[in-house]
Design a protein around this ligand. Structure first.
Ligand code: ADP
Ligand code: ADP
Ligand code: SF4
Length: 589
């Protein structure tokens, strides 16, 4: 079976002189394999196409995908966005009394699946003429039949937490209290607000909230609805680990009695909140297959290993591996800068820094709760703020990617990156940054049209492109899928190694911090009141210090060595706390 996908936005026959049609060997031999449709864009006949791939190479706008698929998928087609549109195979089955996770790359059809489950869209089974009756028949014998019947008859009410909480202030005005009151159909506002740490924010205007506060308000608003299907599209962006775990617990508890589905790319958190996961694989923008549910541990492990045994599908050539890293050889250590102790007070917040050194060619993970002074520290290093006591007497150029990125420039990606550095035209940046970060396809797009994940990738590239000796990236993981996080991790590590620079990464995705960091800078104190900076430490010491302050322990999965959060007060949790090993159990090394 073969499908042809045409990206309608990219297909511009007036500009490209229809190269695909000109060179298609089937067209040349007289078949109408590619024609121009009513909308003036190319249409490829999947019946006539022989899959030679010439049109893919000839199209100057990279608008065409021709994908060979196993025949057995043919009778699993759930939805097709029209002729030559994205194809979704399979559908996650929602179930009362459990949290189902959806794990997969961006552009694989997760949102499409949720639109179907929430009744915003009828699955067309790949055919324009499909009716609901056809859909019921198609799903007969599965739990989806009954569910979709209720959806079609509008008997299922759905509640959704949108992906991009940054857009919330544009859609909703007023105080947090008013928003939550309106959403509180179950009469659980006080408990929910307390559980998510929102009690002190109720009288604040929504327009004044930080990203992490907006995220928690949005989660609370969704959770308080009385619905038959709840969907949370990414819960972790902008939240620190402590907040992530609190939200995970709330959602997990909801799932005990309700029907909850979650898309999440922070695997430590997905592991904690989901009972089962459906893996989505395929070709982003081309097709996606949603698997049957797998137990959460097994599903995440299979995903990391890149092979799904039940489906007999390899979804990635290599596994994502966790290893306990040995500290760098002392001869490789070259100092970039040293700082003594200094402090800074901003209104009622005080930051104290103990002093430390940063080295060339290293990646330093920066961990700590929200509001504990990480941004303030970065601004002090960058010379944007001056310390009250002590001094920072080094002259190092710093490039900084902020946590919240906005695209309020009407500029193309290519033009924007060029304005930062002409090196983006060169082969080194192209092969080391643009290609692995999947930015090449975005070069001709406008910054304003990028999705959150695309903008994040461009912002990371832009930060690395500036002329500097030290790079600080604040939450690069936000809105990136697992593949993109892994790729970003590799890009950053190689960038530090090859360019003799230092990269500091502030992030709350523990898997990313683990894979990325050579050493750790640890912030503790009391959020909003005082922060203390310690380190950088080696990973083991740093993680122990950080997790001890949060009172959370991790164990290692036997199969993949990935860290998993221990249940509070479980045997392991107590044992590890007693010996002070919050992260690396001695036997894991
Ligand atoms: P995910 O949520 O996994 O990122 P989506 O379900 O949003 O994936 O999208 C999968 C693909 O479906 C996208 O690449 C897009 O090209 C296509 N798509 C989404 N919505 C539409 C639509 N309304 N019309 C045509 N194609 C669409
Ligand atoms: P983090 O990056 O760890 O989330 P920040 O460094 O942004 O923390 O903030 C630490 C504390 O300092 C917060 O309580 C914040 O409200 C306060 N703060 C940050 N910048 C200013 C400022 N310019 N004026 C007053 N208070 C500030
Ligand atoms: Fe024609 Fe080959 Fe493209 Fe198919 S893959 S449409 S046969 S050029």
């Amino acid at each position: 079976m073969r499908i042809a996908i045409i990206d309608k936005d990219r297909c511009q026959p007036r500009k490209c002189a229809t190269e695909c049609i000109k060179y298609c060997p089937k067209v040349r031999s007289g078949d109408e394999t590619i024609v121009l449709g009513e909308d003036g864009k190319a249409v490829i006949s999947e019946e006539l196409c022989v899959g030679c791939g010439i049109c893919i190479k000839k199209c100057p706008n990279q608008a065409i995908m021709i994908i060979g698929l196993p025949d057995k998928l043919a009778d699993q087609l759930t939805h097709r966005y029209g002729e030559n549109g994205f194809a979704l195979y399979g559908l996650p089955g929602p179930a009362q009394g459990r949290v189902s996770g959806l794990l997969g790359q961006n552009g694989i059809g997760k949102t499409t699946a949720v639109k179907i489950l929430s009744g915003q869209m009828m699955p067309n089974l790949g055919n324009k003429k499909t009716t609901w009756e056809d859909v019921f028949e198609y799903f007969s014998g599965s739990e989806l039949q009954e569910y979709l019947r209720n959806v079609a008859e509008k008997k299922v009410k759905t509640a959704q937490k949108p992906q991009y909480v940054d857009l919330l202030p544009k859609a909703v005005k007023g105080k947090v209290r008013d928003l939550l009151k309106k959403a509180d159909e179950r009469g659980v506002m006080d408990e929910t607000a307390a559980e998510l740490g929102l009690a002190g924010l109720l009288d604040r205007q929504i327009s004044e909230l930080s990203g992490g506060e907006l995220q928690r308000v949005a989660i609370a608003a969704c959770a308080m609805r009385d619905a038959g299907f709840y969907f949370f599209d990414e819960v972790t962006p902008y939240l620190d680990i402590y907040q992530r775990i609190r939200c995970a617990k709330l959602i997990k508890r909801m799932g005990e009695a309700r029907n909850v589905m979650v898309v999440e790319h922070d695997l430590a958190i997905l592991d904690l909140l989901a009972d089962v996961v459906h893996i989505g694989y395929g070709e982003p923008g081309g097709y996606g297959v949603i698997t049957h549910p797998k137990g959460v541990r097994v599903g995440i492990n299979e995903y990391l290993k890149g092979y799904l045994p039940e489906e007999n599908i390899r979804i990635r050539p290599r596994p994502i591996e966790f290893e306990v890293k040995a500290p760098k050889d002392q001869k490789d250590v070259v100092r970039l800068l040293e700082f003594g102790s200094f402090s800074k007070t901003l209104d009622s917040f005080r930051l104290d820094v103990r002093g430390g050194e940063l080295r060339k060619r290293e990646v330093v993970g920066v961990v700590g709760q929200n509001g504990i002074g990480k941004t303030t520290f970065a601004r002090l290093l960058a010379g944007e703020l001056a310390p009250d006591s002590g001094k920072l007497d080094f002259n190092v150029k710093i490039s900084y990617k902020p946590q919240y990125i906005k695209a309020d420039m009407d500029m193309g990606v290519r033009e924007y990156l060029r304005s930062i550095s002409l090196q983006f035209e060169g082969s080194y940046f192209r092969s080391e940054i643009l290609a692995p970060m999947q930015i090449e396809r975005l070069m001709d797009c406008s910054l304003n049209d990028l999705s959150g994940g695309e903008l994040q990738r461009v912002a990371i590239a832009a930060c690395l492109g500036r002329d500097a000796q030290m790079f600080i990236l604040d939450e690069p993981s936000a809105h990136l899928d697992v593949e993109q996080r892994t790729m970003t991790t590799k890009v950053i590590k190689r960038f530090a190694e090859n360019n003799d620079v230092t990269v500091c990464v502030i992030d709350h995705d523990i898997y990313m911090i683990d894979l990325l960091s050579d050493r750790l800078l640890v912030f503790d104190g009391e959020p909003g009141v005082r922060g203390e900076v310690h380190g950088p430490f080696n990973m083991r010491e740093g993680m122990n210090r950080f997790l001890a302050s949060l009172d959370i322990t991790f164990r290692r999965d036997e199969e993949t060595k990935r860290p998993r959060v221990n249940k509070a007060d479980s045997n392991l949790d107590r044992e590890q706390k007693k010996i002070g090993e919050y992260y690396y159990l001695p036997q894991a090394e």
